[in-house]
Design a protein. Structure first.
Lengths: 264, 257
């Protein structure tokens, strides 16, 4: 009985992984087919081999790692500041009608402004150094994150709070003992989604008035028609994205073993 | 003693006024197991929630041991119909939640938790999270959690309403055993007449629109009880009386509507 159920769970656990491997093999295979088969002009689609060589030369020029690190720094700085402010504000807005009424008009207004449209202003205000890039990421993620956190916290079942009240929960303990733990998994998901946007705005910020970073690398390579280097830059961003996503998911599973999620 | 005096509850929806509860007067004596039976929509849950302090009366008042009720508090434990365990806490931490909130020293918390886990037969499951529990088990934890706070009265809002018939019977017997040991004051809401007679000392029958207490019955069955009493003549006679009362009321309501 025991070993039987174990082998079943092994199978089930293995299956999605197999699908994952399959998907990666298909994408790379398709890429190889199109590029090595000369179906597409290498100016548009460089071969995997050419991209590999681009990685090597970027490394030899000493830009690959520094550019990746500077981009990573900007993303994390903007994202962490946004998260540190958005989570408390979102919780306050979810629990106070007055706070919601006070903050929501401004947040909604900014939320619908395309961040790209704000970049000229940001450059005017903050210059073209790191601070401006971080500010772009902050503006791009903060206003979205506040509303997502607010929605997550609003979704905590009212009866759970009532149960806590009848057990003697009062004041700040309502937040620390009930609202926060109940909404943590949801907030973690909010952060994960927001991280994706942070990367988007980073590249947008680095495409304008930058002299370092992965976005800058992509833009400069485009000027010289170095499609292989563009692909190298995209690959780094994509892989970092997959890794951060994976990290968030793993962290979620580790921190919230109690959480019931559809499909688990 | 829980005392409800001249209690009225009016809900205003749009321009309409709905009289949910009208002139409710009742008392629950110390160590009494009182049940309120009535059809859905008669306002019995509203009444219980007002006793818990989760809703406020339109007029009238509720007092517990002569203190007016103005909001929820640890002196009134509640078991909800919906599952309200804290999903991020294990069974034992759920049970310990109330005492910890009320500042009970940790060594004492442990012995309280051990005791109530033992009485409700949950000791084996103490390290599990609620997601691993069945509906009946969740309600067991909810009962243990409410009792661990040593409330002056236990308010129960159809706690077994969502359970299947077999689990219900088991839970009713479990509740009786726990109650017989603890002798807590209990106010128990249900629409199940059998359940009310089986558990309670006193049954208040409510009717709807407006919600009023129609009649109060004393249950003439001795304790300790088990499910064999469901077939005794006393049980059946009382059940017949209550069923007929509710039935005629429902027919009247249907004709008037």
């Amino acid at each position: 009985m025991e070993s039987n159920s174990k082998s079943w769970s092994d199978l089930i656990r293995l299956q999605p992984r197999a699908y994952m491997a399959m998907s990666i093999v298909i994408i790379i295979g398709f890429w190889c087919l199109l590029s090595f088969g000369r179906w597409v002009n290498p100016i548009y689609l460089p071969s995997p081999w050419a991209v590999m060589k681009a990685f090597v030369s970027l490394q030899e020029e000493g830009v690959l790692v520094p550019y990746t690190l500077i981009s990573l720094y900007r993303v994390l700085a903007g994202f962490l500041v946004a998260a540190a402010l958005a989570i408390p504000l979102g919780i306050v807005m979810a629990t106070s009608k007055r706070a919601e009424a006070f903050f929501e008009p401004f947040i909604d207004f900014v939320r619908y402004l395309p961040v790209t449209a704000l970049i000229p202003l940001m450059i005017l205000y903050f210059g073209i150094e790191d601070f401006e890039k971080i500010a772009v990421i902050f503006v791009g993620t903060f206003f979205q994150l506040v509303l997502m956190v607010k929605d997550t916290v609003s979704g905590v079942p009212g009866e759970l709070l009532n149960a806590a009240y009848t057990l003697g929960t009062r004041g700040t303990a309502v937040y620390t003992r009930v609202l926060l733990p109940a909404s943590m998994p949801g907030i973690m998901d909010n952060l994960r989604i927001c991280m994706g946007w942070a990367w988007t705005y980073l590249v947008v910020a680095e495409l304008v008035a930058a002299n370092s970073g992965l976005g800058f690398l992509i833009l400069r390579s485009q000027r010289f028609l170095q499609t292989d280097r563009i692909f190298a830059g995209l690959l780094v961003i994509g892989i970092l994205g997959v890794l951060t996503d994976y990290l968030f998911k793993a962290l979620s599973k580790m921190l919230f073993p109690w959480y019931e999620r559809l499909g688990n | 003693m829980l005392r409800v005096e001249k209690l009225n509850k009016v809900f205003a929806t749009g321009g309409d006024k709905v009289f949910a509860l009208q002139d409710i007067n009742m008392t629950v004596d110390p160590q009494e197991f009182a049940a309120i039976v009535g059809p859905s929509g008669c306002g019995k849950t509203t009444l219980l929630r007002m006793a818990a302090g989760l809703e406020t009366p339109t007029t009238g008042k509720i007092t517990l041991n002569n203190r007016a009720i103005s909001g929820p508090g640890a002196d009134r434990g509640m078991v909800f119909q919906a599952y309200t365990l804290f999903p991020w806490l294990t069974v034992e931490d759920n049970v310990a939640f109330g005492p910890r909130q009320c500042g009970v020293p940790e060594t004492e918390v442990k012995s309280i938790v051990d005791h109530y886990l033992n009485v409700t037969g949950l000791t084996r499951f103490r390290k599990l999270y609620p997601k691993a529990l069945s509906g009946g088990m969740k309600q067991r934890v909810a009962i243990a959690r409410a009792l661990a706070n040593t409330p002056e009265i236990l308010l129960m809002d159809e706690p077994f309403g969502a359970l299947d018939a077999q689990t219900r019977v088991v839970m009713q017997e479990l509740l009786l055993r726990v109650w017989e040991e603890d002798q807590k004051t209990v106010l128990f809401i249900t629409h199940d007449i059998d359940e009310a007679i089986f558990l309670a000392d006193t049954i208040h029958v409510m009717t709807r629109q407006p919600g009023t207490i129609r009649k109060t019955f004393k249950v003439p069955l001795s304790r300790p009880r088990d499910h064999s009493i469901l077939l005794t003549p006393d049980f059946i006679a009382l059940k017949k009386e209550i069923v007929e009362l509710i039935w005629t009321e429902s027919m009247q309501a249907a004709e008037e509507a």
